[in-house]
Design a protein around this ligand. Structure first.
Ligand code: ZN
Length: 294
């Protein structure tokens, strides 16, 4: 199964051959944001971690309190992160018509911040909170102020954010959270939940359909920084492969999509995407056929 003689450099050259002249749909995962300081808990060197499930969150008030205490710390960390060269390379390729759009499994909004315009936040976004009873959506920043008022001194008591473990879902690990007071919906008293898709929860159907449409609109699918562990991302690779659309995967370590990949580049996303952005030509047809009217 190993390919000891094949170097990543050769693979990048093969990826350039496959992608040249095509418009790309891009699927990104946690591996893309590690260079921004957000750890990838599914990466090859990551410790095993049991993700929180939707059922745990809605079913157990103690679990929810613990979650919000950790999120109160982790959120501030994600809020301060900045896009890295991988995000910027994708935004630059979109600006000149190489990239159709980005489907991301990340909730950190770094694509948007880097300047990508056509982004599908498949698993939601960290900066919004939704009431599970009445559906009211509020900014996470607004909730931060309420949590701070309900728990004065909490952030100081857990020390510098840099000292705690930060997870991709704005989840920071803190031991003593039993005294933390979570906030309920101000309108109806219902349970508040980050507008993020958790394990055991489905991605909204409309969002999935838009993502399929983006893949169908492109001439190839580029996967960057995802191990494709969960079906929510893997299904787009299967969809592309079924249609005969070339799939290029850039990821450190094996992915579940490798058997379907036209080319697999086992390398970091920042350097690889930067190189793709500098060497991929602008497709001759910069808009979908029939996309313009006179
Ligand atoms: Zn409510």
């Amino acid at each position: 199964m190993t390919q000891p003689t094949l170097q990543p450099e050769d693979d990048v050259a093969r990826a350039l051959d496959v992608l040249a002249g095509r418009r790309l749909a891009v699927l990104t995962g946690a591996g893309l944001s590690t260079d921004s300081g957000i750890p990838d808990y599914r990466g090859p060197d990551s410790p095993p971690r049991t993700p929180m499930t939707y059922q745990q969150f809605v079913g157990d008030p103690a679990f929810r309190r613990h979650y919000w205490a950790r999120n109160h710390v982790g959120w501030a960390h994600v809020h301060r992160t900045r896009p890295n060269p991988g995000h910027r390379a994708l935004a630059a390729m979109e600006a000149r018509g190489v990239v159709v759009g980005v489907i991301t499994q990340n909730v950190d909004l770094l694509h948007e911040e880097a300047g990508s315009r056509n982004v599908i936040d498949l698993h939601g976004r960290y900066d919004r909170v939704i009431c599970l009873s009445c559906g009211t959506v509020i900014p996470r920043a607004e909730l931060a102020e309420r949590l701070e008022a309900l728990n004065p001194g909490f952030l100081e008591s857990v020390g510098e954010v840099g000292d705690v473990e930060i997870a991709p879902d704005a989840d920071a690990v803190i031991e003593a959270t039993s005294h933390f007071v979570p906030a309920d919906c101000e309108r109806c008293g219902g349970v508040l939940k980050p507008e993020i898709v958790y394990f055991g929860e489905n991605v909204p159907r409309e969002r999935v359909e838009r993502a399929y449409a983006m893949v169908d609109d492109a001439g190839s699918l580029l996967v960057a920084g995802s191990s494709l562990t969960v079906m929510s991302g893997l299904r787009f690779v299967r969809h592309a492969a079924r249609r005969g659309t070339p799939v290029v995967i850039v990821n450190r370590g094996a992915t579940r999509g490798d058997p379907l990949a036209t080319v697999k580049v086992d390398a970091g996303t920042s350097e690889t995407l930067t190189r793709l952005a500098s060497e991929l030509p602008t497709p001759r047809l910069a808009a979908p056929e029939g996309g313009f009217s006179a």
